[in-house]
Design a protein around this ligand. Sequence first.
Ligand code: FAD
Length: 445
Amino acid sequence: MNQVTGKESKPIVIIGAGFTGLAAAFELIKRGKKVTILEKSKSVGGLAGGFDLDGVTVERFYHHWFKSDQYLMDLVKDIGQEENIIFQPTNTALLYDKKIFRLSRPIDVLRFTPLGFLDRIRLGLLVFKVRAVKDWKQLESLTAKEWLLALCGPKVYQIVWEPLLAGKFGPFADQISAVWFWNKLVLRGGSRDAYGREVLAYYRGGFGALAEAITAHLRAQGAAVLTGVSADGLRVKDGQVTGVETGAGILDADGLIITTPLPIAADLLAPHVPAEYTAKLRRVQYLANICLVLVLDKPLSETYWLNVNDSSFPFIGIIEHTNFIPPEVYGSRHIVYLSKYLPTSDRLYQMSQKELVDFTIPYLEEMFPSFNRGAVLKSYVWRADHAQPIVEKHYSLLVPEVRTPVKRVFISTMAQVYPEDRGTNYAIRDGKNVVTQMENDGELS
Ligand SMILES: Cc1cc2nc3c(=O)[nH]c(=O)nc-3n(C[C@H](O)[C@H](O)[C@H](O)COP(=O)(O)OP(=O)(O)OC[C@H]3O[C@@H](n4cnc5c(N)ncnc54)[C@H](O)[C@@H]3O)c2cc1C
């Protein structure tokens, strides 16, 4: 990369071509700005990006949208791709005591026999109690555990919610904010059809294909989207950003939006800002995620989303993608994700692909008697070090502002979408909002 010098105008640089970075670029281009995105991976889409499965793109980490994901739907319309959004009823179930209980429709709650009748009613009524909360701030001082215990009682908490929190947040489970949990329930509860079934949305060709379509749109409008280029440092003069250091040279910058996880943003900013500022960025903790993707010659189950409420099983969720998007799209093969959130130091995170497959198959054989190792045609393992920010009590006090101490440098990341939880819909909302903020601050001129 050559240093951009002379009279040619300098671009606003965006670090990261996930959905936040792509949406920010879209917004800047609309305002007639020159934009360059730097993406260290070979492909765009970030956590929602895909991999090539024999000519078809599939997410590395399972993804869907909810019906209410309006920011996403609007962006898809803006690039003229709305006919590629598919809405599909799905089903959810819960594995408890080695049995699968369907939990898709309100009636399923009444049939959930691990709970006594009164507790089933308590579980069912939670939907209404959740909807009654109009202001998330009233939940900020509560943990999810405190809130759920008060709303549903100890039995419902112990059988339904505690294993889910433990599986998703491991050592942090008891610290998770009620706000996080409330939002999850609101989102899932609101994505239903007239029969009470959950309806989810997907992009034909996968989220990776959408990221590619947005990228093509941006490039057609003059943006540079450079993949395989990592931002390694910043150039700052008189308190204002002037460029970004990359392995391929220095890129002059008239402004900068960082969309990476906060610890990476902290590393980039550290030489140029007070230590207290980077300490604040590093204060937000994350868990990693590992996904084992199995490609099978027959289905594993009839369930799309199976929550595993059994601590003896090493994964929190079994997501059978082809019970959402038909197997015909993937050459009549069946795609199953086994997902676990964990610290990067966890033994499972360190396993090689072969170790992980060998470790996992016996659990699946025990859980699904019709499954055996011979059904596995292919396997893939994907890891993300910063997959889930830990949303603690009073998280609003931890969320960093989009402005940074360096002039014309802004950060917009997954950890800042609070009170919402991470998701591509909010990545798009915040990617757009950061540009509005830059404009309001007079830092786009
Ligand atoms: C297991 C899992 C399941 C999920 N399921 C869903 C779902 O069903 N629906 C949904 O909407 N969302 C889901 N999400 C969340 C969703 O993926 C994220 O909220 C969203 O993709 C975040 O986008 P982002 O652009 O903010 O961050 P990211 O996607 O993390 O993008 C940041 C980008 O920055 C790049 N980068 C990092 N460092 C550098 C550097 N130094 N130089 C250049 N580039 C750099 C990274 O490679 C990455 O591409 C899921 C996430 C996970 C982990």
